[in-house]
Design a protein around this ligand. Structure first.
Ligand code: KG4
Ligand code: ZN
Length: 390
């Protein structure tokens, strides 16, 4: 089957077309990501109304490009001024008038491509941004008469760790059916969660952050250190030049006895440390690097400690890392080493760097696993900003 997948939960507009004959091997016929990072940088974070507008602007041109990449773009239909589905499509896009105009003038001209289903992120994420993707998916589903299936963004991140590249050009992937229970540490700009998959497709939340997500803490501390958005990669770069142990920051909740996290206090402690040293303007590059190093170390230590303890308690056979912060090499290496040392015989997996941050490929694979052939577009497909996993 072929599936078109759509991801608009945050600041990347992403579309992919995947092909699979066995639900285990996936070929990405197209995989496009349009990042809004430069637009949000001026605000130091993601601004929801702006994210919505940019997704709405990007989707139609990105769809055309994606269909072309996949060799599925044909346009033999003549432009129809009064499309028979116009009222229904206008209704779907009632809150995205700009997207409606682009859609109605350009998409009906495209011949319905050989695609069996559409997968779209339904949550969690920024609701105005999610709605754009969902309404676009619904409109396409109506026009092409194919089902639309809602996918949990976090399930996408979980599954991305289990996708193994089988070629060198980023087109072919194999879904590794790793031994269960699988414990996943999912770390992104909006989430920090420990998720247990006891059986394939059945998720239980084991622990989560009580305040800021770890990616959010990286982004906020980056701002305190005068670095640009998104802060995660910037802090990682600066931390590489720092010396461990020069400064001491807390390891929040490390002895809490549960699997929850807290990163808001760590951010505040970093701000106080900076103030006690005379403020950002007086800091040397070396001091900033040492602070970044200690901040990164504090985050990694708490995340790895709790993940290893949870893996022991729940007898996890496979430990995975997913979400945007999984691009952090110190986190990856430290967790991989801890699994090797403390959980002998267990497998550790993390996504390829290109699949760490938001993408549509992971949404497509998660959609295929929901068996969209047996589905119709649910009436209840809504943006669910706080959608939970498990
Ligand atoms: O999963 P993602 O792309 O979007 C969300 O669903 O939130 O994650 C984005 C987050 C941002 O907070 C970004 O700063 C963080 O991932 N991030 C990193 C690194 N690369 C991205 N954090 C730490 N180290 C990195 N190398
Ligand atoms: Zn994400």
């Amino acid at each position: 089957m072929r599936i078109l997948s759509i991801e608009t939960s945050c600041d990347e507009t992403a579309l992919a077309i995947l092909e699979t004959s066995d639900n285990n091997h996936f070929r990405a016929l197209a995989n496009n990501i349009l990042s809004q990072i430069t637009i949000h940088r001026a605000f130091g974070g993601v601004f929801p109304a702006l994210a919505k507008r940019e997704h709405a602007r990007a989707l139609v041109p990105l769809l055309e490009e994606t269909l072309k990449d996949a060799g599925l773009y044909r346009s033999t239909s003549r432009h129809i001024i009064e499309h028979p589905l116009r009222p229904e499509l206008a209704e779907i896009f009632s809150r995205e008038p700009e997207l409606f105009t682009a859609f109605i003038t350009r998409v009906p001209e495209i011949d319905p491509p050989a695609i069996d289903a559409i997968a779209v992120t339904e949550g969690p994420g920024l609701e105005p941004a999610l709605w754009v993707g969902i309404n676009f998916a619904k409109a396409l589903g109506m026009l092409w008469k194919i089902p639309v299936i809602g996918v949990n963004h976090m399930e996408g991140h979980f599954i991305s760790a289990l996708l193994e590249k089988t070629d060198n050009n980023g087109r072919d992937y194999r879904l590794v059916h790793a031994d269960t229970p699988i414990l996943g540490l999912l770390v992104s700009g909006g989430h920090t969660e420990l998720i247990l998959m006891k059986q394939w497709g059945r998720y239980t939340l084991v622990g989560e952050t009580k305040d800021d997500a770890v990616g959010e803490a990286f982004d906020k501390v980056a701002r305190i250190l005068g670095l640009s958005y998104p802060g995660g990669p910037e802090i990682a770069r600066l931390a590489r030049q720092g010396t461990p142990g020069v400064y001491t920051l807390p390891r929040p909740m490390i002895r809490s006895g549960d699997y929850n996290f807290s990163f808001s206090g760590l951010k505040t402690a970093t701000r106080y440390l900076l103030q006690s040293l005379g403020g950002l303007a007086t800091l040397s590059e070396k001091q900033r690097a040492d602070i970044a190093r200690e901040f990164e170390e504090a985050c990694v230590e708490v995340l790895v400690d709790k993940t290893v303890r949870a893996a022991k308690e729940f007898c996890a056979q496979t430990i995975i890392l997913g979400g945007g912060v999984s691009a952090n090499l110190r986190l990856r290496d430290t967790l991989a080493n801890a699994v090797f040392r403390e959980l002998p015989g267990r497998i550790f997996a993390a996504p390829a760097p290109s699949l760490s941050t938001d993408n549509a490929l992971m949404i497509g694979v998660a959609g295929v696993l929901k068996n969209p052939r047996n589905t119709t577009t649910p009436e209840t497909l809504l943006a669910r900003g706080n959608l939970r996993i498990g």
